[in-house]
Every structure is written in C-alpha cells, then in structure tokens.
Design a binder for this molecule. Sequence first.
Ligand code: FCB
Length: 458
Amino acid sequence: MSQPRTDLAPGRFPADFTWGTATAAYQIEGAVREDGRGVSIWDRFSHTPGKTHNGDTGDVACDHYHRWQGDIELMRRLHVNAYRFSIAWPRILPEGWGRVNPPGLDFYDRLVDGLLAAGITPWVTLYHWDLPQALEDRGGWPNPDTSKAFAEYADVVTRRLGDRVKHWITLNEPWVVAFLGYFTGEHAPGRKEPESYLPVVHNLLLAHGLAVPVIRENSRDSQVGITLNLTHAYPAGDSAEDEAAAKRLDGFMNRWFLDPLFTGGYPRDMIDVFGSWVPSFDESDLGVIGAPLDFLGVNYYSPSFVQHSEGNPPLHVEQVRVDGEYTDMGWLVYPQGLYDLLTRLHRDYSPAAIVITENGAAYPDEPPVEGRVHDPKRVEYYASHLDAAQRAIRDGVPLRGYFAWSLMDNFEWAFGYSKRFGLYYVDYETLERTIKDSGLWYSRVVAEGQLVPTESVA
Ligand code: FCB
C-alpha cells in the first residue's frame, strides 16, 4: 500500500482529480453513412432482425455527429475537466486497414479542438466495439491479422491527434468483446463459438500491446492505458467450494486480463481450468502484451456473488442473486465492491495509476416535466460509489480520475434505447437533451471537488 492520504477530509477529492463523463462512438454518433464511414459489425448486427431490443440501431442514436458542439456545452454545464469518447474505426479506415478516410479524421480533429477550447481534456478510446465489418469478413478477432490492423489504425489516429490528445485508452472491455461477441453471441458480431473465446482474448490483448509503442511514438508524453470491466467476486457461502468458485470467477473475469498485462503471463490455475481451450501462441506475445502502462482504466458497475456449480463447465460457477437494490439492468448496487476492487488492484498489481473510466446506473426515467428529471436512485448510486472511491484514495489507492457513464442516454447495445444511463435525458423523437437531477448533483460535486448532500438537488 502506498501512503494513506490523511490530508483528505472525508468526502473531499484531490485538487488535481480528473472529473469526467464517458460515451462511445456507436452509442451516440449516428450519421452511420456520412462522410465516407465504412460499415461496422454493430451496423450489421443491429440491422439483423432479433438481435437488439425493438430492432433498435445506432443509425441516428443521439445524433452527436451533428450536435457535438452543443454536447460540449452540456459538458461545460457539468464543470467536468475531462471527456472520454471513442473513435469509430470505420470512419478512419472504412475497410479496416489500408485506405484512410480523411473526413473521418477531420471530425475528431474538430471535436478535440472544441474540447480543448472549452478547457476539457480529451481521453480517447481507440476501440469501443465497432470493428469494421470488412475485418470481421476476414475472420474478425479470431484472426491475428486483426491485431495488426488495430496497430495500423492506432498509428493513423495518433499521428493526426497525438499532438493534442495526451490520454489514450487502447481497448474498452476486452472480456465483453470476446465473451458476448464470440461466445454467447449477444453482441456483435453475434458468433456463438466458445472455442474462439480465448483466441479472441489473446488477439485483443496482442492488439493492445502492439498499439502501445505506436501511440507513445506518435503522441509524446502521453498517458496510455487500457480499460477492463472488472468485478469483485465474493463467495456466496462460506464453504471451501464457494471460495474456490469465487477464485475461478475472479480468474475468468479479472486475472485472465490483469496477469498478462501486469505480471507477464496468464494465471496458472486458470490455464488448468481452461485446459485444452487455451490456444497456443508465440511466447514473445507475452512481452508485447505486458508493455508498461501509465494507468489502468476500470469500468465498475456491480460485484459478483458466486457459488460452486456442478454444471457450467469448465468454470463450474454460478452467480447467486443476493438481497439488495438492483438497477434497471438487473445489476446489484454494491459500492463496497468498488472499494474492495480498487484496494485489491492496488495490492495485487500496483498499477502506476487507476482511473475509473465508467461507473453509473440505468433507471427508467420519466420524461422531463418543466425542465426537470428527478432520478433520486441514480443520484444515490453515484454518491455511494464516489464515497467508496474516495475512501479508497484516502486508504492509499492511486485513483486519479472518475468518468460517469454516461454523459447522456444512448444506444445501450443489445438493449437498444430501453436503458437510460445518462446524466442528461435524451428525447429520442426530438433529440433534445435535458439535465437530470443526477447531472445537477454531479456538477456540484465536480465544482466543489467533494461530495455534497444528495438532498441538495431534490
Ligand atoms: C459497459 C460499456 C458501455 C456501456 C456500459 C453500460 O460495459 O463499456 O459502453 O454500455 O457498459
């Protein structure tokens, strides 16, 4: 553990803390056929009947592509000093590699300049799930050429933006990409090929590792990291079997990613659990994957309570629904899980810095009445999780920033527009944005650099 921050009063955050909100290209941009953008796997998937709630697609989404200037104003109103967004790979390289599409780069160039002019630091995610369909047609992530294509894409983007963007996130949530995209097929590209799961994870981590030196070369003095979706795994009961099940879930969701990134190899116990599923690969890949990082991005929503199961090979783990509050996604609200996760990451991996790159909650909001959207449960969610984050900082975790998911309601992947995560409410008929009470509350927290009473916005 590094030094506890005894200088910080309860509820107060460090003066240089990064306060932001986050979005992703396909979830907000729309304009999918504009300015030479190529087709992504999410265009194809969402247009395939039965894949998303209500057949919703990102064709229009929040129309951010045309409304980005107004959206910067929304951020200003929140007083945030940072904004995490992703770049749509098919806008930059419509076929995934080779031919560059200049108007795609121009869009992000304008956005970056607009943010900087507003005093908002851009944090750019290179891959938030919208793989060019042309690459999927050549095999997608199971094909190691996709990792090389990613490094090429990272090169093109960082050459253009690297002078002004100094915070880079290579990938968003590789577990979700591999598991939901290629194992269960709930996400694009919708493949149900369990045997592809571990090769996809490996190729994603390799893509990340290949891109890191490219980014550092093109964007001098920048901070480079990766974002993982991490959970804290608790045994549901106190049997040794449940303990072991929790350790396996932790291995599956957390350590299979953290170990190669921070300790140079995949976890031994999980290699045994996965057995013949583990792909063969070149040992030198591990050196590439383990390139030192400036920060670890953590997306935290909910913990996992698990028990041993006779089914579900090879993990033999079952999630248990415990008593408590659940969000509209059916995710348990459990802020202590964030504290336990952060302190554990610091203890076991000691990344140079940790940044919460996503945290937030979906609740079924009512449309605005007289310009107000009351969302007390979301305010509580943010308050309790920021409190957990603040306690972790006081206890010595090098947590440097927090990004609320999300700036505004948006296309929630397979759930379409049915789940609202925004600090701003979006009317999908008019595309009008209205600040929610959670946005008003967050703006006060950010402005004061400390937690403020949740009743202050009621
Ligand atoms: C995360 C994704 C993000 C958003 C939130 C709710 O897994 O990174 O795009 O959908 O969940």
